[in-house]
Design a protein. Structure first.
Length: 282
């Protein structure tokens, strides 16, 4: 009975949402999808501590564990938390907190000619990010092994004691275990290079530093859109109201704020800002 329940859970959570994706319009691909998802579920249950490689949505994806891959695929490809519209067929994107690269693959599925700067501080996640970029022959993608902050230099980086590569952070409240000092870059310096269509930020609490950098540099208008996951974390101070106010003062509208209750840290929100005025460059 338990196996039957798990199978229906597989269909409901992953298979039925995935077959709506254009890549699975062909019947043979639907069969392949079911086989791949079944394989991942089996591996997640019995061999979750081992690296896994599968084909999904037309990409060859490698991850450190099937459970991590299933979680990221669900959030990014099935729930489409990073979906955005662009008038350009070649949008310029900054992907802050690219992790193992599932978000990069998703952006490339939306806009194959997108130009992406993918930033990831966790050395283990960055290893798989580079693997997924190279393994799919992606062009116009630059990967940077660093964190986003309000200053150049070094920052202390913390990771989960369980070995998860999803929740690495500059804050011990999230990462718990100190790993090493890592390079830090400023978003404002990246925004000087060009007019960007999207900045996506999932930086596990460091949106506070990034926000200070945007305010102090006045570079907030240098991207047409922002997709920001805001983390409400005890002890870090709540800047949500201030963040929304500053974006609105700079000509951004907020078409959606989605509470992400399923995230492990709790109380997070995915906020989508769209600039209602033409970007202004200093």
């Amino acid at each position: 009975m338990k196996s039957l329940v798990n199978f229906f859970s597989l269909l409901k959570e992953f298979y039925y949402p995935a077959v709506r994706h254009g890549f699975y319009s062909q019947k043979t691909r639907k069969v392949q999808l079911l086989a791949t998802l079944s394989f991942l579920f089996f591996r997640a249950k019995f061999r979750n501590d081992r690296e896994v490689t599968v084909s999904l949505f037309g990409f060859r994806i490698i991850a450190n564990s099937p459970q991590v891959l299933l979680r990221l695929v669900k959030e990014i490809f099935l729930e489409e938390v990073y979906k955005f519209d662009s008038k350009s067929a070649t949008p310029k994107i900054i992907d802050g907190g690219a992790n193992i690269g599932i978000s990069v693959l998703y952006f490339k599925s939306l806009y194959p000619q997108a130009q992406i700067i993918a930033i990831e501080p966790n050395p283990q996640a960055f290893y798989y990010l580079e693997k997924n970029i190279a393994g799919n022959g992606l062009s116009q993608v630059e990967a940077i092994n660093a964190c986003l902050s309000d200053r150049m230099g070094k920052e202390r980086f913390y990771v989960s004691p369980t070995g998860s590569i999803i929740n690495g952070s500059l804050f011990p409240q999230i990462g718990k275990s100190f790993l090493k000092e890592i390079d830090a870059v400023r978003l404002s310096d990246l925004l000087k290079e060009a007019e960007f269509d999207l900045v996506k930020l999932d930086v596990e609490g460091a949106e506070r530093q990034v926000f200070e950098d945007l305010k102090e540099s006045g570079s907030i208008k240098r991207s047409k859109q922002y997709l920001l996951e805001y983390h409400s974390i005890p002890g870090l101070g709540d800047i949500f109201g201030e963040l929304v106010e500053v974006f609105e003062e700079n000509g951004f509208k907020t078409p959606s704020i989605v509470n992400a209750q399923e995230f492990s840290s709790g109380g997070n929100s995915m906020i989508h800002y769209i600039q209602s005025q033409k970007p202004v460059f200093a």
